[in-house]
Design a protein around this ligand. Structure first.
Ligand code: ATP
Length: 457
């Protein structure tokens, strides 16, 4: 249960809004859907891409000590033997002998099925990696796995990246990509999928510096979610206790978010020592040591891994953006997205579908679409159109009216405050750029100073 009683968001409202407005659809919906697989619709794909782009910009593009990579989903089977996934990437599976329902070990207590009261089986270890075959012959020789995390692609490419980029420790390799887990139980919409995307960093460091870097990345990543609009009160850190850690891990912290169904993990940050590099060095027989020219030493680097889920970040951002308010006796649903992640940045709304207004509005629309994702909407009343844009989180509406034809000015309306100003078309792009970059929506600042501020209604 949610601990925040003032929150208007529920999972039902998010699922329904996502379906209704084209953020997320069930996979293969016309065939009844495929469990825990989801399709991102026209707005969802923009939102998701903005989240990945924000991560890439902040974690890779803006940092001297990070490079990106994109590795294949199918990898040599020895990767999964060396990493321990073939042996240990398992969940305890319990089945009901009566109704055949399946449970993950930690979901049930005792021997009685919570669903039908039947008898439960003993738990057996179930490997959650998806298996497939490479090539035309389906035998054990051709078995390959869909990766359950992107991380291994970074570990095995460490020597390639070092030799081609000449990066010096400490530095990280970052990747965004699909991962697959045959989860025993799923649910909670896009929180737990069988196919999902991850944003992962493997940060390679000199042994002995792990505490400093672990703390650095925990803070960095905790702050990042807030920068994108997640409320601080809805975030918490769960530092894992010694007994909760994997045998090789030196430390681990989860960043948790207060989803409508309760606290859930958004990201895990793990201090992994040299476990992964040792495993791959031993299994491959290759020398994966880093040559530290300054210290005149060679060693296997230690690794700190911040591992985030794109789908969970999208869900969390939607939950915290969701708001409802009553304006003039009518309910308004708003997604108060940070401009960086809003799927559509502005909508151009002509007051009439007719010429010459339509051409003027089209001209403005075309001038904006080279810079941003913008929408053109000329159907129904202007009030209805504003509400539609509010509901999908568009920060600005640009209204083109008959006066525009005479004075070359448009009305810009801001989503959250519903403040409206009239500005020259020539100032529109600059104004939107400043606003989208976060300039306050108040009267008198640089970008607004040419406009007349008014309030809707
Ligand atoms: P959980 O305990 O919730 O199953 P995990 O600890 O197994 O997650 P990690 O292996 O640490 O997850 O993966 C890193 C991140 O990848 C998670 O924090 C989450 O954001 C994302 N992730 C993992 N599994 C899924 C999934 N089935 N669906 C969506 N995102 C996932």
């Amino acid at each position: 249960m949610s601990e925040d009683t003032t929150r208007k968001v529920t999972m039902e409202k998010i699922v329904s809004l996502c379906r209704r407005r084209g953020f997320v659809f069930q996979s293969s919906e016309i065939y009844g859907g495929l469990a825990s697989c989801w399709d991102f619709g026209p707005l969802g794909v923009e939102l998701k891409r903005n989240v990945k782009d924000a991560w890439w910009k902040d974690m890779v593009q803006s940092r001297d000590d990070m490079v990106g990579i994109e590795t294949s989903i199918l990898m040599h089977t020895q990767v999964w033997t060396a990493s321990g996934h073939l042996k240990n990437f398992t969940d305890p599976l319990i089945e009901c002998k009566g109704c055949q329902k399946r449970f993950k070990g930690d979901e049930v207590e005792g021997k009685i099925c919570p669903s039908c009261g039947g008898e439960l089986s003993e738990p057996r270890q179930f490997n959650t990696m998806f298996k497939t075959h490479m090539g035309p012959i389906e035998d054990s020789q051709s078995e390959v796995y869909l990766r359950p995390e992107t991380a291994q692609g970074m570990f095995v490419n460490f020597p390639n990246v070092v030799t081609t980029t000449r990066k010096k420790l400490p530095f990280g390799i970052a990747q965004v990509g699909r991962s697959f887990r045959n989860e025993i139980t799923t649910g909670n919409f896009i929180f737990r999928d069988r196919e999902f995307e991850q944003m992962e960093i493997e940060y390679f460091i000199k042994p002995g510096t792990q505490e400093k870097w672990f703390e650095f990345w925990v803070n960095e990543r905790f702050e990042w979610y807030q920068k994108l609009g997640i409320k601080k009160d809805h975030l918490k850190l769960h530092h894992k206790k010694k007994e909760e850690l994997a045998h090789y891990a030196l430390a681990c912290a989860d960043i948790e978010f207060l989803f409508p169904m309760g606290w859930g993990e958004l990201e895990g940050i793990a201090s992994r020592g040299d476990y992964d590099m040792t495993q791959h060095a031993n299994a491959s027989g290759k020398n994966l040591k880093y040559i530290d020219e300054e210290a005149k030493e060679q060693y296997l680097p230690y690794v700190v891994e911040p591992s985030a889920g794109v789908d969970r970040a999208v869900l969390a951002l939607m939950c915290d953006a969701y708001d409802e308010e009553v304006v003039e006796g009518e309910e308004r649903v708003i997604l108060r997205f940070h401009p960086r992640i809003a799927p559509v940045k502005a909508a151009v709304l002509p007051l009439s579908k007719k010429e010459p207004l339509a051409s003027k509005a089209r001209e403005i629309f075309n001038s904006l679409r080279s810079d941003w994702v913008v929408q053109y909407d000329d159907t129904q009343s202007i009030g209805r159109r504003y509400r539609r844009q509010d509901e999908t989180g568009t920060p600005f509406c640009v209204t083109v009216d008959f006066q525009t034809l005479e004075d070359n000015q448009v009305t810009v309306r801001e989503r959250d405050s519903m403040t409206q100003i009239r500005i020259p078309i020539a100032a529109l792009k600059g104004t939107l750029a400043a606003k989208l970059a976060g300039e306050a929506m108040t009267e008198g600042n640089v970008a607004w100073k040419s406009g007349v501020v008014a309030k809707e209604n």
